[in-house]
Write a protein that binds this ligand. Structure first.
Ligand code: PGA
Length: 254
């Protein structure tokens, strides 16, 4: 089935891969995926590997993403990296508001929305993550939680900015656990997110926004997830660390 939106598969390497390991993987991906035109392919290494990976994917169909950035442009913010420095390495995407940052760095929706605005102003495409915990799902609060995250994390974006933004629905209970949401569960929340976007920005813009699913995506469940009408790609953690599994996910998503 031809999709209305171009599929985007991003590998979130998290805190993994030395420069040598990163290069090894990316050289393989470049070779394996050279012929793929139908999918936007993004790798998100740790900051320390951005420069080497950036050089290694020059003139290829693989794009570069970062896993976080500062809301500020420069200055006295020890340990932070701003959009401008990411752009020095031709970074095109940045993951924002990942549940691990919401949990361990206490990032909240207001901060994430400021980061998203800063990213868009610098011409970086934010991949903004939302998703409920197991407790929230079991107590029937999934939609409420996801709607609040969408409204909060994207607050203040113009329609034009919204269209460029990528969303990632990542149920926290499915991340790194081997428990994937069923394709029906994913579709239900994705459709709901699109409804919230329509209420905020109108149907036309809502139809153009790409919504990735994330949480234990593997080669053997990618096709089923991508076959859902409102699932437009995947944000892949564990399975993005190996050549075979990530390239199979990309191939199985078409
Ligand atoms: P996982 O991680 O694929 O290892 O579940 C997904 C993510 O955290 O983006």
């Amino acid at each position: 089935m031809e999709k209305e939106r171009k599929i985007i598969i991003a590998g979130n390497w998290k805190m993994n891969k030395t420069v040598a390991e990163a290069l090894d993987l990316v050289h393989g991906l470049r070779r394996e995926l050279a012929a793929i035109k139908e999918v936007d392919i993004v790798v998100c290494p740790p900051f320390t590997a951005l420069e080497s990976v950036s050089k290694a994917i020059l003139d290829s169909n693989i794009r570069l993403g970062a896993q976080n950035m500062s809301e500020h442009g420069e200055g006295a913010y020890t340990g932070e990296i701003p959009a401008g420095m990411l752009k020095e390495f031709s970074v095109g995407y940045v993951i924002l508001g990942h549940s691990e940052r919401r949990q361990f760095q206490r990032e909240d929706d207001a901060l994430i929305s400021r980061k998203a605005a800063a990213a868009l102003t610098a011409n970086l495409i934010p991949i903004v993550c939302v998703g409920e915990t197991l407790l929230e799902r079991e107590s029937g609060r999934t939609q409420k939680v996801v709607e609040a995250q969408i409204r909060g994390s994207l607050a203040g974006l113009s329609g034009e900015q919204m269209e460029k933004t990528v969303l990632a629905y990542e149920p926290v209970w499915a991340i790194g656990t081997g428990k994937t949401a069923t394709s029906a569960q994913a579709q239900e929340v994705h459709a709901f997110i699109r409804k919230v976007l329509a209420a905020l920005h109108g149907e036309l813009i809502a139809r153009r926004v790409r919504i990735q699913y994330g949480g234990s995506v593997k080669a053997n469940n990618a096709r089923e997830l991508m076959s859902q009408p409102d699932v437009d790609g995947a944000l892949v953690g564990g399975a993005s660390l190996e050549l075979r599994s990530f390239s199979d996910i990309v191939r199985n998503s078409i």
